[in-house]
Each structure stands twice: as structure tokens, then as C-alpha cells.
Design a protein around this ligand. Structure first.
Ligand SMILES: [Zn+2]
Length: 258
């Protein structure tokens, strides 16, 4: 039985690597506004990749991080996104086994992880939030949450609070503190967490992670005061932490108070 369990873990990990590989491709094509169909190609020389140059992580190691044709460096983003997606999928599966998740709940985890990866990479590389992904992702999340038994009113209220939180900042700072995309993310997070405690925790975590990162970057002189940090990357990190540990953190917090 132990072997069987191990087999499923390995299977989920490989599945996660493949989804990570797909996300890398999706991120690039969303940015270039291309269709997701068609063969993968090198962004530098445009040559189509062979199937064996497309194997998650292994191809990167085998090719020593360079394109087979033009020798252009392949970004570390590719194997990292694949590995992190694989690991987070495996962690979701572990949680699912220990908490008797339904298949839909496990799918919900996979879906949120994928959304976070897209938002993180997009905002880190281009200081942009892919609005189309946020809208399609948000509608899917609403549908899943309704199926999981959340009320439409709770989802709506939570979305409104999420959007309003960043909307007010956007208006007050006249768009300098954060971008329009962050308001959309606020609404998306509301749809993900109809439980307002979870939404508030996620926003709170965003500012903690952002603050700590800013201090580290300043101390090591990697950024100067007044330089911009994309809020989306911290929102994506906070989302992952809330997804996996949110209810534990909230329970722990309330046990301190009462
Ligand atoms: Zn190339």
C-alpha cells in the first residue's frame, strides 16, 4: 500500500510539472497575445522546439539552460515555475488525503495555484496584471465556490470588499501606489474567499510580505527608496499562503484572543 501511495504522489508531482510547463507557455502567449495552440518555439530565434526539448526541468538541465539552435540562455523562470507548480500540487494532494477533499476541492487548489503562478510571473516580469486571466479565472472560481456550497451573496460581498480595498487606495494615491490591475485582483480574491476572514488575512499577509521584501531589498541595496515594487507578486504569494495555511492561522489567532 505504501508503494501505491508513493505512486500517486509521483504521478501528481509529474502532473504538476506538466501544468507548470503549460503555464510557462500560457504566460508567454498571453503576453504576446497569441493563441495557445501551435508548437512551442524559442522566443529569440523562433525555431520550433522538438518534443524532447519540452520535457519539464529535464530539458533545461540537458540543454544546460541554452537554446539548441541559437544558444540563447533559457530563463530560470521555466524550470522554477515547473518545479514550484509540481511541489504545490503535491502539497495539495497531501492536504486532500488528510482532509478527505472531494475531487472538486482538489481541483480548486490546482486552479488557484495556477492562477497565482501566472499573476506572479506576469507582474514580476512586466509589471502587468493579465486582466483577461483574472476575469476568466474569477468566473471559474465563482462557479466552483457555488458548487462547493458558498452563497452568491457572500461571494458578491467579499468581491466588493476586495475591490473597494484596493480601489480606495488607487483613488487616494491617484494610481501611483498601485495599478488598476490590483483592483481586479481584489475582486478575484473576494471570489476565491467568500469567507471574509480569509480575505482580510490575505490582504494583511500581502502587506507583511511586501514590507519585509522591501526592507530586505533596501538593506542589501538591491532597490532604492521610491522605486516601484509590483503589488501583484505579493498578492500571489499571500494567496498561496492563505490557501494552504489560512484556516490554521485564523484558528491560531482566535485561540490567542479567546
Ligand atoms: Zn533559439
Amino acid at each position: 500500500m505504501v508503494y501505491m501511495e508513493l505512486f500517486f504522489y509521483v504521478f501528481i508531482f509529474i502532473f504538476g510539472l506538466m501544468i507548470g510547463s503549460f503555464l510557462n507557455c500560457l504566460i508567454w502567449r498571453l503576453y504576446k497575445e497569441e493563441t495557445v495552440l501551435g508548437r512551442s518555439y524559442c522566443p529569440k530565434c523562433g525555431k520550433e522546439l522538438k518534443w524532447y526539448d519540452n520535457i519539464p526541468v529535464f530539458s533545461f538541465i540537458f540543454l544546460k539552460g541554452r537554446c539548441r539552435f541559437c544558444d540563447e540562455r533559457i530563463s530560470w523562470q521555466y524550470p522554477l515555475v515547473e518545479l514550484i507548480t509540481g511541489l504545490l500540487f503535491t502539497l495539495s494532494y497531501y492536504l486532500a488525503l488528510n482532509n478527505n477533499f472531494t475531487f472538486l476541492e482538489l481541483f480548486f487548489y490546482f486552479f488557484i495555484i495556477s492562477l497565482s503562478v501566472i499573476i506572479f510571473v506576469f507582474d514580476l516580469r512586466w509589471y502587468l496584471i493579465p486582466i483577461s486571466t483574472v476575469i476568466v479565472g474569477g468566473l471559474t472560481v465563482i462557479a466552483i465556490n457555488l458548487f462547493l456550497g458558498a452563497s452568491i451573496l457572500n461571494i458578491f460581498i467579499s468581491m466588493l470588499i476586495g475591490a473597494a480595498f484596493f480601489g480606495v487606495q488607487y483613488v487616494v494615491t491617484r494610481g501611483k501606489g498601485l495599478g488598476e490591475g490590483d483592483i481586479w485582483l481584489g475582486a478575484l480574491f473576494g471570489a476565491i474567499f467568500p469567507d471574509i476572514k480569509m480575505l482580510i488575512l490575505t490582504i494583511f499577509l500581502t502587506y507583511i510580505i511586501g514590507g519585509v521584501t522591501a526592507v530586505i531589498l533596501l538593506v542589501f541595496k538591491l532597490k532604492s527608496v521610491g522605486s516601484k515594487l509590483p503589488l501583484g507578486i505579493f498578492l500571489a504569494l499571500a494567496l498561496i499562503i492563505s490557501l494552504f495555511f489560512g484556516s490554521d492561522i485564523i484558528n491560531w489567532y482566535f485561540s490567542l484572543i479567546f
